[in-house]
Design a binder for this molecule. Structure first.
Ligand SMILES: Nc1nc2c(ncn2[C@@H]2O[C@H](COP(=O)(O)OP(=O)(O)OP(=O)(O)O)[C@@H](O)[C@H]2O)c(=O)[nH]1
Ligand SMILES: [Mg+2]
Length: 219
């Protein structure tokens, strides 16, 4: 019975996600969905990203959390449109939440939409948001075995960002092994290493966005 209900909820989400995908296509919005454990640095990466973009860039952010507007407050400082989605307990964003949050935004004024999912390495994976790409963050304090323990998100994500590399001297994190583990789950997976405190790897990340967006717009 439980399985039946979950399947129904998921297929309902899939229908809504299909509509979102069509809407992103029609309005030429490139959308990425950032997923990671709580505290891996999704908001920090988006803060650094927004700061690095020209003020004329047409970017916007939806950020999901169970409670608080903290992340929206942090992200809004860069001056781009930001909206917090507070789920009130739900451990992931779903397509209906994205549709509701976008309702009063003009999609024609947005080229790139960043979605920061609720901090959770499991549940967000199952919910299509109509995005072009899922991106998984793994910080070096979490352990190099995480791609093997939580394979679904590493299989589904197009890009793995290994964040907090400034902490590598202080933690027993085997970087090569982490990359090998990610690629064991997802052969050929692209990996970018970043530090949001030391501003490392941001060019590689921004370059990935530009290339991936160009591909999405061609399709
Ligand atoms: N040393 C170091 N700290 C970082 C880095 N990136 C983020 N942090 C810190 O890690 C903590 C968590 O970062 P957040 O950006 O809030 O992480 P998050 O993934 O958005 O967390 P949730 O939204 O709660 O899931 C903060 O104290 C950040 O300053 C990094 O590259 N290096
Ligand atoms: Mg956050």
């Amino acid at each position: 019975m439980r399985v039946d209900v979950e399947e129904k909820v998921l297929s309902e989400n899939d229908k809504l996600a299909l509509g979102l995908r069509e809407s992103f296509r029609a309005h030429k919005v490139f959308c990425v969905n950032l997923i990671s454990s709580p505290g891996s640095g999704k908001t920090a990466l988006l803060e650094r990203t927004l700061e690095a973009l020209p003020k004329t860039a047409r970017v916007a952010v939806l950020t999901g959390d169970i409670q608080t507007e903290n992340d929206a407050r942090r992200l809004a400082r860069a001056g781009f449109p930001v909206k917090q989605i507070t789920t009130g307990g739900t451990c992931h964003l779903d397509a209906s939440m994205i549709i509701k949050a976008l309702a009063d935004w003009d999609l024609d004024a947005i080229d790139i939409l960043f979605v920061e999912n609720v901090g959770n390495l499991v549940c967000p994976t199952s919910y299509d948001l109509g995005e072009h790409a899922k991106i998984v963050l793994l910080s070096v304090t979490e352990g190099e075995d995480k791609p093997l323990k939580y394979p679904s998100i590493f299989a589904a994500a197009e890009l793995c960002i290994i964040n907090k590399i400034d902490l590598l001297p202080y933690v027993p994190f085997k970087l090569d092994q982490a990359i090998a583990n990610a690629r064991q789950v997802h052969p050929g997976m692209e990996v970018v290493q970043t530090s949001c405190t030391k501003l490392q790897g941001l060019d590689a990340w921004l370059g990935w966005i530009e290339r991936r967006r160009a591909r999405a717009m061609e399709a």
